[in-house]
Design a protein around this ligand. Structure first.
Ligand SMILES: Cc1cc2nc3c(=O)[nH]c(=O)nc-3n(C[C@H](O)[C@H](O)[C@H](O)COP(=O)(O)O)c2cc1C
Length: 249
């Protein structure tokens, strides 16, 4: 049966080229509201959002991520894991808040920020906008922390580059459901290799046929290439997260 929401979800594609038209204040407000209405762990709302409008700050994020196209986005949001706000509440009430630095609380903030991120992406697409979620800001998380004056018990998890799409990228085929949806327990399909070969071929056909950056590519190669990256890249992450006061248990 036709379902507009599912149709939209199944038509998601990351957009990395934008027109010069910025988002309106109303559009930004609608996206923030959509984020705020997402579920949050224990209703503790453990994330904050920073609108990045200063071209200099955008340029820094462009440098960090290596994705300078984000500087041309119509609006850029930084999604921040945030236990600092709840620390202030605890302090006001005169209660100890050591628990806010635990792995559990860090994960709760990560989940809240990530779920809100997807709400923003879905809401943006419903408004005819497009965008890309950006983990590459983590290439130098310390510099992001310094640039945006992020206090203790916060961490910059993701960026979201948003705008009016200048292109309509192709739809990237996902892996067969049998490779990722099991019943009653973890069980890769008996014909895993065959399924993977089929997916490699489907993804290769997509990459070869796309308008920009057409090239041979398979899921297998994509995963192997990702695993062959410099192991030193982001090796400092654990220390930076701990430096913000998390993972303290
Ligand atoms: C957590 C996360 C981090 C991502 N980081 C980046 C990024 O830094 N740069 C980028 O170009 N795309 C990034 N993406 C977008 C993915 O590359 C994209 O979703 C994936 O290739 C599937 O393509 P599609 O979104 O067009 O379907 C990220 C997506 C997620 C969920």
């Amino acid at each position: 049966m036709a379902n507009e929401i599912i149709d939209q979800l199944e038509n998601h594609r990351s957009v990395r080229q934008f027109t010069d038209q910025p988002l309106t204040k109303l559009e930004v407000a609608q996206l923030i509201s959509a984020a705020q209405h997402a579920s949050t762990s224990t209703f503790s709302q453990q994330y904050s959002i920073i609108s990045v409008t200063d071209p200099k700050q955008k340029a820094i994020l462009g440098e960090i991520s290596g994705h300078h196209w984000l500087e041309k986005s119509g609006h850029f949001l930084l999604m921040v894991v945030d236990q600092y706000r709840n620390l202030q509440i605890a302090k006001n009430e005169g209660i100890p808040a050591d628990v806010l630095g635990t792995t559990d609380k860090f994960l709760a903030g990560v989940m809240d920020a990530a779920i809100a991120t997807e709400n923003i992406m879905v809401a943006a697409e419903s408004l005819g906008l497009g965008g890309t979620i950006m983990g590459s800001i983590l290439n130098d998380s310390k510099r992001v922390i310094d640039t945006f004056n992020l206090p203790e018990l916060t961490f910059p998890l993701l960026g979201i580059a948003l705008g009016h799409p200048a292109v309509t990228p192709g739809l990237k085929p996902r892996m067969p459901e049998a490779m990722m949806h099991f019943e009653g327990g973890y069980k890769l399909p008996a014909d895993f290799s065959t399924q993977l070969n089929g997916y490699d071929a489907a993804l290769n056909a997509y990459y070869q046929s796309r308008n920009s950056n057409a090239r041979p590519e398979s899921f297998t190669h994509h995963i192997v290439q990702g695993l062959s990256r410099d192991p030193k890249l982001r090796a400092e992450l654990k220390g930076v997260i701990a430096g913000q006061g998390f993972l303290a248990d």
